[in-house]
Design a protein around this ligand. Structure first.
Ligand code: SF4
Length: 364
C-alpha cells in the first residue's frame, strides 16, 4: 500500500533535478508561501483568516492542491477557522517549566532537548508549540556555549535531542558545528534529531547532508533521526527517495506520528502509515496523543477513542511495527504511556514518570 503519488511525470523529473542540485532547498525555503493572498492564489480558494503564521514551500503547496481540500495534507497545513477558538493551552507540555541555561529543556534525567532554531519547513496547524513558535522567544534560539557548559556540568545526560523548530533547516556548516561540539563531550553517547524536513522539503536531503551524517555517525554510539510523519499521503516517491538516502547512510531512523482527529484517527490510516514506514526501514517509535494546544483543539480526540484505536492496531500489526502510544501530561510532567489495556472508557488517570497517578480533565 503506497501513499498518493501527487506528482505527474514532468514534475517528478523536475523534483529529481531539484534534489540533485546542491542547496536548491535554500531557495525553496526563501520562496516559500508566507501570506494568505499567495496561498489563496495557489490553492484557488478563499481561506479563513487566523492569527497564526503561514509558511509552506511552493512545491508542497502544489501537493496540497493536488490532494484536495478534504485530504490529510490540506487539513494538516492549511489554516482553519477553528484555530481562532480560545480553548486549549498556550504551552500544553510545559516547556517553560523545564527551561535551563543555554535554552535547553531538561525534563528527564539522562536526556535533554536543545533548540538550535525556531524555524520549521512548514507551519503544521496542529503543532503543540504553535503559540510559542508564532512568537518565538529566546527559548528557541539555542546558545551553544551555554548548552555545552550545562552538559559538562551534568554528566548524567547521555543524549542530546535536537528539536525546535526543525534542526535540518540549518545549513550543513551549522549542523556540523553542533555535531562536532556535542561529540567532544565525553558523556554524550547519543545524538537525536527530530525533523519533519525530509517529508516537507525532500530536496534538503542532499549528498552533502548524507556525507555529514555518515561522518558523524561514527562519533556517537548512535546518531538517530526521528522523522515526523502522520499519513501515508505524505510519503510520495520524492519523499521516499529522500528517506532511502538517509537510510543508506546507516544511521538509525525512527518515526514519530501524532494521532489527529480527521487525519489519521482510523485503523486503516494508522495501519498503512506504520506498514509503509517499516517497509522503508524506519522503526515506528512514538504515536503521540494530541496535546490540548490553543488553536489546535479541532485535532483533539479523547483518550478513550485513542486507546480503542491502539487496541485495534495491536490485532492488525506485529509488535515491531507498532509505535509506543504516549501522551504528554499537561504542565510539564513529561510523557507517559497513553495505553491502558484494562480500560478504554475513561479519560481519567495517567501515571507520571515518578509513578504517581495524575488526573487530566476529561474532554469537554
Ligand atoms: S515541524 Fe514540528 S515543530 Fe514545526 S510546526 Fe510542524 S509540528 Fe511544529
Amino acid at each position: 500500500m503506497f501513499g498518493l503519488n501527487l506528482l505527474d511525470e514532468q514534475e517528478k523529473k523536475v523534483a529529481l533535478q531539484r534534489n540533485n542540485a546542491q542547496d536548491s532547498w535554500k531557495l525553496e525555503l526563501k520562496e516559500a508561501i508566507k501570506t494568505y493572498s499567495d496561498l489563496e492564489k495557489v490553492l484557488g480558494q478563499k481561506l479563513p483568516k487566523t492569527t497564526y503564521p503561514i509558511f509552506i514551500p511552493k512545491n508542497f503547496a502544489k501537493k496540497i492542491l493536488r490532494a484536495g481540500d478534504k485530504s490529510p495534507l490540506w487539513k494538516q497545513f492549511v489554516p482553519h477557522s477553528e484555530e481562532n477558538k480560545k480553548a486549549g493551552m498556550k504551552d500544553p507540555i510545559g516547556d517553560k517549566n523545564h527551561s535551563k541555561p543555554g535554552k535547553i529543556i531538561h525534563r528527564y534525567k539522562n536526556r535533554l532537548l536543545f533548540f538550535p532554531t525556531p524555524v520549521c519547513p512548514i507551519t503544521c496547524r496542529y503543532c503543540f508549540r504553535k503559540n510559542e513558535l508564532a512568537n518565538p522567544s529566546e527559548l528557541f534560539d539555542g546558545q551553544l556555549k551555554e548548552a555545552i557548559n550545562y552538559l559538562n556540568n551534568h554528566p548524567e545526560v547521555n543524549e542530546v535531542i535536537l528539536s525546535g523548530g526543525d534542526p535540518l533547516i540549518l545549513s550543513d556548516e551549522k549542523l556540523e558545528l553542533l555535531f562536532k561540539e556535542f561529540s567532544k563531550i565525553p558523556s554524550i553517547k547519543y545524538l537525536r534529531i527530530h525533523t519533519r524536513t525530509p517529508i516537507i522539503l525532500p530536496s534538503r536531503v542532499t549528498k552533502e547532508l548524507c556525507e555529514l551524517l555518515t561522518k558523524y555517525k561514527k562519533k556517537f554510539f548512535s546518531l538517530i533521526i526521528a522523522v515526523h510523519a502522520n499519513h501515508t499521503d505524505e510519503l510520495d516517491d520524492e519523499v521516499r527517495a529522500s528517506l532511502i538516502k538517509i537510510k543508506q547512510t546507516g544511521i538509525k531512523l525512527l518515526s514519530q506520528s501524532v494521532l489527529l482527529k480527521d487525519i489519521n484517527d482510523d485503523l486503516t490510516s494508522l495501519k498503512n502509515l506504520f506498514t509503509n514506514l517499516s517497509d522503508l526501514g524506519i522503526t515506528p517509535y512514538y504515536l503521540h496523543h494530541p496535546d490540548r494546544v490553543k488553536g489546535g483543539m479541532h485535532f483533539y480526540l479523547s483518550l478513550t477513542e485513542g486507546r480503542y484505536l491502539y487496541h485495534l492496531l495491536r490485532n492488525e500489526l506485529p509488535g515491531w511495527m507498532i509505535p509506543k502510544y504516549v501522551i504528554d501530561i499537561p504542565g510539564g510532567e513529561g510523557k507517559t504511556s497513553a495505553f491502558n489495556p484494562e480500560s478504554f472508557d475513561f479519560d481519567g488517570s495517567l501515571i507520571n514518570k515518578d509513578g504517581q497517578s495524575i488526573s487530566i480533565d476529561p474532554l469537554q
